[in-house]
Design a protein around this ligand. Structure first.
Ligand code: CO
Length: 236
């Protein structure tokens, strides 16, 4: 799984460098697919449940599963890019949220707190802990900063399939849930909203947005649990 995860990390890093005002999300999608195929890997999302693109691009109030389009990014936007790859039957999955040019203080804080909540969650991915220790630390960090946790989407086990058990919610009670064991691999993915937690799906059948128009941020890593602690596979 290190191979597909490293490819995902490299692709996201290259896409991040391209994100600036004027760039379209369709351009980012094409770039993600080209870079992935160069590594002899296959984009994981394309064709998954009929999803038509390689990349998910969720701008501003879009939470997840936004579809690439022709609209240029604008300074002040925030964009979440979520990408998966398959290599030799194994999956990798990761996401980042990136500011487009200068963004508001609120947007900046949302991005920072969401990324912090991911790394706090990853620290909990050890054999001493239970699953909802991960969930709880995300919820506590987000809510103590005045934000809310999306409940309609969750992280997941990952391996021979993109989505495996267990589900990894971003809210829950510490010391509850299954015991974490060495060898488990989880895609941990906090989705944090500036205002309320509620989301709706647009008519395209995919794009999830906040119902109140508040901003949303998303960070994800594929993380292996080992006897020596968490191993972030999707980090270069
Ligand atoms: Co995922």
């Amino acid at each position: 799984m290190r191979v597909p995860c490293r490819i995902v990390a490299e692709v996201l890093l290259k896409l991040k460098e391209e994100i600036k005002p004027g760039v379209t999300t369709l351009y980012l999608d094409a770039m993600a697919e080209r870079l992935t195929r160069k590594h002899k890997a296959v984009p994981a999302f394309k064709g998954y449940s009929g999803y038509p693109f390689s990349l998910c691009c969720s701008v501003n109030e879009q939470v997840v599963h936004g579809m690439p389009n022709n609209a240029p990014l604008i300074a002040g936007d925030i964009i979440s890019i979520d990408f998966g790859a398959v290599f030799d039957g194994f999956y990798g999955d990761a996401a980042i949220t990136v500011p487009v040019g200068n963004v508001s203080q609120a947007a900046d804080k949302l991005i920072r707190v969401t990324e912090e909540s991911l790394y706090k969650a990853i620290e909990k991915a050890t054999t001493e802990n239970r699953l909802f220790d991960i969930s709880n630390v995300v919820q506590v960090h987000a809510e103590s900063n005045g934000f809310s946790v999306v409940r309609d989407f969750v992280g997941h086990g990952i391996g021979h399939n993109l989505h495996e058990s267990p589900q990894v919610p971003n809210f829950g009670r510490a010391k509850q849930g299954i015991r974490l064991k060495a060898g488990m691999v989880l895609a941990i993915e906090p989705m944090i909203n500036e205002k309320g937690p509620a989301v709706k799906i647009l008519e395209d059948g995919w794009t999830a947005t906040t119902i109140d128009g508040g901003l949303s941020a998303h960070f994800e890593h594929t993380v292996a649990i080992t006897e020596n602690g968490p191993d972030i596979l999707s980090m270069l």
